[in-house]
Design a protein around this ligand. Structure first.
Ligand SMILES: Nc1ncnc2c1ncn2[C@@H]1O[C@H](COP(=O)(O)OP(=O)(O)OP(=O)(O)O)[C@@H](O)[C@H]1O
Length: 318
């Protein structure tokens, strides 16, 4: 049923460069969370810190009751088995076929016999829709298939937590839609805790239970999808609407006077396609549901209730 990750007061710098500071959030067990943020705000550094590949300056990351920032290397090795990580390009070995790539963690970390390994590898390849491609080399398949293969490999040790580093990068919109459906289906099937770093706002709007936003070396907000998508916080709105006007600049943050002027101008241009109404009135797309035939774990009843809530508010005008 996945495990909760509790992050408290986390700060990371490289030399004098503070990447982010005092980040606190809880990734609820079994839920899907998305981390957004402009380029270079340290989203990948955050993922690496969660899995213990980077050590923070301060703060804690509690996974299954253990603060991984304080573990020694051999203890970390054990805790890391709870994680599956999908790196941006799938991080496959170019000289190995997909079967051997996906079998790799099982051969490295377990003493399972080859027959058992075969059963697991084929089961995971089936889950991500790759049956029949066992003998292909990573160089012979599309970027979307490489991501699926990376995902199958992340699944073989039955992780409690899966971290996705920009799973949609380099994919066309149709492939992104398929991948999003696969992520939602997998989450319902294996019920692990998912954290996805992405730039794709459309995915962030539909896929997760929770959304976080990193900006100016801080976690601006982290909370239920509905809360972020209807937030009036200027940074959150600028990012989720993908517009130039607002606190986020091309290279750095803008000065306060400029932001105020831009937002005032934007306020004069209602009807430009931007959602500028009162909190809760913004377009809230429905959450992507698991496909037909996929049994949903009990927590989906709570999701369905939450999904119904804002619409009920809209209808009643509350
Ligand atoms: N090992 C490292 N040593 C020094 N600096 C690093 C290291 N890893 C990352 N950084 C710096 O940390 C900052 C954040 O990098 P990171 O890749 O986490 O950003 P990001 O938000 O994931 O960006 P993008 O969205 O463009 O992928 C960058 O300035 C980067 O140069």
């Amino acid at each position: 049923m996945g495990v909760e990750i509790c992050v408290e007061g986390l700060t990371k710098s490289f030399g004098h460069q503070v990447i982010w500071q005092d980040v606190s959030l809880t990734l609820p067990a079994g839920e899907v969370s998305v981390m957004l943020g402009p380029s270079g705000t340290g989203k990948s550094v955050f993922l690496k810190t969660l899995v213990g590949l980077l050590r923070p300056d301060r703060g804690s990351v509690t996974v299954a009751g253990r603060d991984i920032t304080r573990l020694r290397e051999h203890e970390l090795y054990e805790v890391r088995k709870l994680f599956g990580v999908l790196f941006q390009d799938g991080a496959l070995f170019g000289s190995m076929n997909l079967y051997d790539n996906i079998a790799f963690p099982l051969r490295e970390h377990t003493r399972k016999p080859e027959g058992e390994i075969r059963r697991i590898v084929l089961e995971k390849m089936d889950m991500v829709g790759l049956i029949g491609a066992e003998g292909k080399l990573p160089g012979e398949i599309s970027g979307g298939m490489r991501k699926r293969a990376g995902l199958a490999r992340a699944l073989v040790l039955d992780p409690e937590i899966i971290l996705f580093d920009e799973p949609d990068s380099g994919l066309d919109p149709v492939r992104v839609a398929y991948l999003n459906q696969l992520i939602v289906d997998l989450n319902a099937q294996i019920d692990a805790t998912f954290l996805i770093v992405t730039h794709d706002i459309a995915s962030a709007r539909q896929v997760p239970d929770n959304i976080g936003l990193l900006f100016r070396r801080e976690l601006v907000m982290f909370g239920p999808r509905e809360q972020l998508l209807t937030s009036e916080e200027p940074v959150v709105r600028q990012f989720l609407n993908g517009r130039m006007q607002g606190p986020i600049g091309m290279a750095e943050e803008k000065d306060a006077a400029q932001v105020e002027q831009e937002l005032a101008q934007l306020g004069e241009h209602h009807g430009s396609g931007e959602h500028t109404g009162t909190p809760g009135s913004q377009d809230l797309p429905p959450r992507l549901l698991p496909g037909p035939g996929i049994t949903r774990p009990p927590r989906w009843q709570a999701i369905a209730r939450r999904e119904a809530e804002p619409r009920r508010r809209e209808v009643t005008g509350a």
